[in-house]
Design a protein around this ligand. Structure first.
Ligand code: FMN
Length: 202
């Protein structure tokens, strides 16, 4: 189903701020009659990419038969994606980083050096929203590299980043729910993503 939005959550903390933000964005997408699904990476058993390069021989991750194999079909199906990560040490969480590295199997490389590459996810009108949550009051400390750490690889994979939402100054579990402006923005970004996916698939 092309008109679908997949949400990827990368917090180890169940019912924390990232979970609530992701739920709100997906709720917004559903209000535009788009099918949504939420994947919490903490619920899947998967390892970081081992660089085995077996995906050079077959266009899939053939080297690691783990929980990512359940997530790949969902990525292929949904043309809209939402990534939410808390900031851990100025960057995305280890779950998000491992998830991104495991998307290496969607690339094809040439044999020259440095290798040129293309992505099998490109050219399909795929859209993504990126969000990160941190406790510190300044962007540098609360978000740091998190948004860029998602933006650069997803642009390389052929996604159009339609928005990012950095959330600063939130530490306590679920505290984000009290930030009406942020939650409202999250809902409206979800609607925007859904409309953009629908428009693209017309
Ligand atoms: C290991 C670890 C590292 C963290 N590093 C940062 C950081 O670099 N900057 C920051 O502002 N907050 C940092 N935090 C705080 C979390 O980003 C913050 O509490 C966030 O609201 C957690 O989101 P969650 O409820 O979705 O897990 C860190 C928390 C943990 C557990």
């Amino acid at each position: 189903m092309k008109n679908a939005v997949l949400g990827i959550g990368a917090s180890p903390r169940k019912n924390g701020n990232s979970d609530m933000l992701l739920k709100k964005i997906l709720e917004g997408a559903r209000s535009e009659n788009v099918k949504t699904e939420m994947v919490q990476l903490r619920d899947y058993q998967f390892t970081a990419c081992t660089g085995c390069e077996m995906c050079r021989k077959k266009p899939e991750c053939d080297g690691l038969k783990d929980g990512m194999q359940l997530i790949y079909p969902k990525i292929l199906e949904a043309r809209g994606l939402v990534l939410v990560s808390p900031t851990h040490n100025y960057n995305v969480t280890a779950w998000m980083k491992a998830f991104i590295d495991r998307l290496y199997c969607f690339y094809t490389f040439t044999d020259d050096r440095p290798r040129n590459y293309s992505s099998s996810l490109a050219g399909q009108g795929r859209k993504v929203i990126l969000t990160a949550v941190g406790e510190q009051p300044s962007y540098e400390e609360a978000i740091g590299l998190s948004i860029d750490a998602m933006r650069l690889p997803f642009e390389a994979l052929g996604y159009d980043v339609i928005a990012d939402l950095p959330v600063l100054g939130i530490f306590d579990k679920g505290k984000i729910n009290e930030q009406a402006d942020i939650m409202e923005k999250a809902g409206s970004l979800g609607r925007e993503l859904a409309l953009s996916v629908i428009k693209n698939n017309k």
